[in-house]
Write a protein that binds this ligand. Structure first.
Ligand code: FAD
Length: 303
């Protein structure tokens, strides 16, 4: 572990903006959970590389956090360091290639690409992700995935061409190994401005009409050969709640957290859904949401 003294050393050595006992609930879309021991906010690729090398040397557990839209943070928080990408910003273009820093919001990037008459990724409009998080998760919808547009990724472990990124259904080598994404080079399509703008508007409107309002992580369970929402609905669990966490009436694969919700409520509801859908429908649902820290099933630290 870093320890307070070493943490200050890490900060001094790398010059990376740093905080201790940092609240994570304001940094994830569920708005629940405890604090991380350490938080780092690198601004450059050099800072990210130096920081991760030092954290590894210290044996400190760490993970990268983007927009926090696919995570559930334990109410006890995270014993380790969180590397926030929110200050890793910037987009540059060369022909159809767009190089985007990990902390850029996906939606801003889609709008920015449009201004350069580039697109193809309009289908991702409305997903509240960072570019790094979207690529780590291989985010997608309407049958398409972000990985289809990746040319290569610059990571803390060097360059990964698209073929080496291990893209699968809501996964990648980055998600599986914890290797940090610093920037992503996308190979986009040349598009007509009006046509692409229309598509973005259409996808955002579609999402507004389909996605339940309130604090969530999007789909809680993977759609793995079945529609998890349909399975949950057929188990009679629409509207079912535990504490401040409730299965959405609009879309059963969404769990909405109200102002009183804790991460424990969300976790217990997920566990109950898994138990009942297995009993009633014979389907073993698997989480798309990622747990950060320990939950009462024992230790589910992701690292
Ligand atoms: C309302 C709503 C709608 C959604 N709709 C969709 C949808 O249609 N399709 C879909 O696929 N998802 C959807 N999601 C889920 C979520 O937005 C995606 O999984 C998204 O890709 C997560 O990005 P993020 O930046 O928030 O990642 P985070 O939640 O911050 O992190 C998710 C994972 O990515 C890793 N990660 C983040 N940044 C990096 C980095 N720079 N380097 C390495 N690893 C990193 C984290 O360690 C973690 O393992 C939705 C979520 C919400 C709240």
């Amino acid at each position: 572990m870093i320890g307070e003294k070493t943490a200050r050393g890490v900060f001094g050595e790398t010059g990376v903006e740093y905080a201790e006992n940092y609240p994570l609930k304001g940094k994830c879309t569920y708005g629940t959970g405890g604090n991380a021991d350490y938080a780092f906010f690198p601004k450059t690729a050099e800072e990210v590389v130096g920081l991760t090398e030092t954290l590894k040397k210290c044996g400190e557990p760490y993970f990268f956090l983007g927009a926090g839209s696919n995570v559930l943070v334990s109410d006890e928080g995270y014993r380790g360091a969180v590397v926030f990408t929110e200050k890793l910003k910037g987009v540059s273009y060369s022909g159809k290639l767009a190089t985007v820093r990990a902390g850029e919001r996906l939606n801003s990037f889609i709008d920015d690409a449009l201004m350069n008459s580039l697109g193809g990724i309009e289908f991702l409009s409305g997903i509240p992700a960072s570019v790094g998080g979207a690529v780590a998760m291989n985010a997608g919808c309407f049958g398409k995935n972000v990985g289809d547009y990746v040319s290569y990724v610059v990571s803390t472990d060097g360059i990964y061409t698209a073929e080496n990124c291990g893209f699968g259904y809501r996964t990648s080598v980055f998600k599986e190994t914890g290797v940090g994404i610093i920037s992503v080079c996308f190979d986009l399509d040349n598009v007509e401005y009006e046509q692409s703008e229309g598509k973005i508007a259409k996808y955002r409107a579609l999402r507004r009409s389909k996605v339940p309002k309130g604090r969530s992580c999007g789909s809680v369970f993977k759609n793995d050969g079945y529609f998890a929402g349909k399975v949950i609905e057929s188990a009679g669990l629409k509207g079912f709640s535990i504490g401040g966490a409730r299965v959405s009436d609009k879309h059963a694969n969404f769990i909405i957290a109200d102002d009183s919700a804790t991460s424990g409520d969300v976790y217990r509801l997920i566990s109950e859904i898994k138990k009942r859908t297995l009993e009633k429908c014979g389907v073993k649902l698997r989480e798309e949401v990622e747990y950060i820290g320990s939950f009462d099933c024992g230790n589910v630290d992701k690292l």
